[in-house]
Design a binder for this molecule. Structure first.
Ligand code: AMP
Length: 142
């Protein structure tokens, strides 16, 4: 068996952390290096690496937890809004190989951007190229 991930160790209480939510399939705890007050990570308790690895029932539980937690966190830190995101894969910035959803409370004037700032430019695609991508996605969904 592989070593537990750092997030499993937090959930199990083996290393310090601020766990704010725990169910059979999902847990949430405060990020140790918060971008803003209340920055929280929601994780499956099983250490799936990528979103594509997560079984549908567990992904439903993860998003359910995000839905429950986001307003509670926003209210707890008196935030104005929330950014929710996953760095799904190393090229996207994933550092911990245990899938996690970032819930980042946002504040007027916090200097951050929207999800659109995650990539520094827009893709230069014509209508045919966009249609081809849409068709390819639909084909893969079966
Ligand atoms: P990512 O780049 O999406 O993989 O994000 C990993 C996140 O895990 C970062 O925001 C880190 O601050 C956070 N993190 C790393 N170690 C810990 C820890 N021991 N407790 C809580 N959060 C952590």
């Amino acid at each position: 068996m592989s070593d537990p991930t750092i997030f499993e160790r937090i959930i199990d209480g083996d290393i310090p952390g601020h766990v704010v939510h725990k169910t059979e399939a999902v847990a949430a705890f405060l990020d140790a290096n918060p971008l803003t007050p209340g920055h929280t990570l929601v994780v499956p308790r099983e250490p799936y690496t990528r979103l594509r690895d997560v079984p549908p029932d567990v992904s439903a539980d993860i998003f359910g937890a995000v839905r429950t937690l986001s307003p509670a966190i926003e209210d707890a830190v008196d935030a104005d809004a929330t950014t929710v995101g996953i760095n799904d894969g190393t090229v996207a910035g994933q550092e911990v190989p245990h899938l996690h959803v970032h819930i980042v409370p946002r504040f007027e004037g916090d200097g951050g951007g929207s999800i659109h700032t995650a990539v520094g430019s827009f893709a230069d695609l014509d209508d045919d190229e966009i249609a081809d991508i849409a068709s390819d996605i639909e084909t893969r969904l079966g």
